[in-house]
Design a protein around this ligand. Structure first.
Ligand SMILES: Cc1ncc(COP(=O)(O)O)c(C=O)c1O
Length: 392
């Protein structure tokens, strides 16, 4: 039996490997604290469950959904988008439902890339960007995200030869794993860059609602005039409403870009369960949504501040996260490999964090802490990290 190059050349998914290691340590009877995965510890809020209860009992929701997303899903998303970002989208043409954002992230490169083509990704970055470009038979070219540039890529430093050759560029703000956010001026420069080199921007905005201060509320690239023609923005309900298991998101962009994605996606899957689409979209304008959002912001801000205080005590180097669930922390100098550091931390203290190299070679000197564990587990985890730092 021979497997395809596509499978042979793709490294195992980072979190799958971490899970295997965690299980092996747990089998020795050790209590393991995991601050590795960005999956909310809190349940989907009650108001969403109540909407789902209604929707799931409606037999009109039980058939195949439309490939593009239900018209009322797209309409409710358009209304939210306008209220949240001040941008009016045409629900019939410029919005499409997706099976979470991973569906869009993993399939969109195939809309633009042929074998031998090239797509630009950031380093570090969400690992699926590289895998998806590889699945399209194309090559991923990495551009660095540096701390001294607040983890925004230096567009002027990109070799024009690469920029002309590449057909897509992935960006992700709020960023996983660095927790950086992008401002209007960055997106303006990015849109101008994409127009100059005829690139499509794939802007992953999965964390748009997970932020800590009103002043740094994440924005949409669609706020930049002309962005719609050159960018597809990817959104998710996963992080917004603690709905990671429900698998619903959406993409927005100009009609011709959405149509091209539809051509591909309608051959891959048959859309998102209509009850889920309707429950998710109705949640966007539910009377309890504001209070829920405020509570989420407070929860993560408290956690962020507690983790930051613990890291400072142990003299770890990091930038205070502005949004997302993550801390991107320097591995202590004694270690020159993030994998060895994380393996030792797991073996000796029963704490799982993610080795930075899983997000690209530049992550070799970093590790990622996720704030999506119950408060007491986070505190326990930070105590273990502090003890470990003292011992090395
Ligand atoms: C940057 C980024 N994009 C997309 C996703 C996929 O999320 P979902 O498919 O649940 O929307 C994740 C998940 O962690 C992520 O970190």
């Amino acid at each position: 039996m021979k497997f395809s190059r596509r499978v042979i050349d793709t490294p195992p998914y980072l979190f799958h490997l971490i899970d295997e290691k965690r299980k092996a340590v747990e089998q020795k009877g050790i209590d393991v604290v995991s601050l590795a995965i960005g999956d909310p510890d809190r349940p989907t809020p009650n108001f969403v469950l109540e909407l789902m209860e209604e929707e799931i009992r409606d037999p009109r929701n039980h058939t195949y959904p439309s490939y593009k997303g239900e018209p009322d899903f797209c309409r409710m998303v358009a209304d939210w988008f306008e209220k949240r970002f001040g941008v009016r989208l045409d629900p019939a043409k410029e919005i499409m439902a997706s099976i979470g954002s991973k569906d869009a992230v993993s399939h969109l490169p195939m809309v633009f890339l042929d074998p031998g083509d090239c797509g630009i990704i950031t380093d570090p970055g969400y690992p699926v960007y590289q895998a998806a470009i590889g699945f399209a038979g194309a090559e991923a070219a990495r551009i660095p995200l540096l701390e001294e540039r607040n983890f925004l890529p230096d567009l002027d430093a990109i070799d024009p030869e690469l920029a002309y050759k590449a057909k897509i560029i992935f960006v992700n703000y709020p960023n996983n794993p660095t927790a950086a956010v992008a401002d209007v001026s960055f997106f303006e420069r990015l849109v101008a860059f994409a127009k100059k080199y005829d690139l499509v921007i794939l802007a992953d905005n999965a964390y748009s609602e997970v932020y800590f201060e009103e002043q740094v509320r994440p924005i949409s690239i669609m706020q930049i005039p002309g962005a719609k023609e050159t960018a597809i923005e990817i959104h998710s309900f996963s992080k917004t409403f603690n709905m990671t298991g429900w698998r619903v998101g959406f993409v927005v962009g100009a009609d011709h870009l959405i149509q091209a994605f539809l051509t591909l996606k309608s051959n891959f899957d048959s859309g998102v369960f209509m009850a889920i689409q309707r429950a998710a979209a109705r949640a966007l304008s539910h009377p309890q949504v504001l209070a829920f959002g405020r509570e989420r912001t407070k929860l993560f801000k408290d956690r962020r501040d507690r983790i930051a205080a613990a890291l400072r005590t142990s003299e770890f180097r990091f930038q205070l996260p502005l949004a997302s669930y993550y801390f991107w922390v320097r591995v202590p100098d004694k270690y020159n490999s993030s994998v060895t550091f994380c393996a030792d931390l797991l073996e000796k203290k029963g704490l799982v964090v993610t080795p930075g190299v899983g997000y690209g070679p530049s992550g070799e000197r970093c590790f990622r802490i996720s704030m999506t564990a119950p408060d007491e587990r986070i505190d326990q985890g930070m105590r273990r990290l502090q003890e470990f730092a003292k011992e090395i």
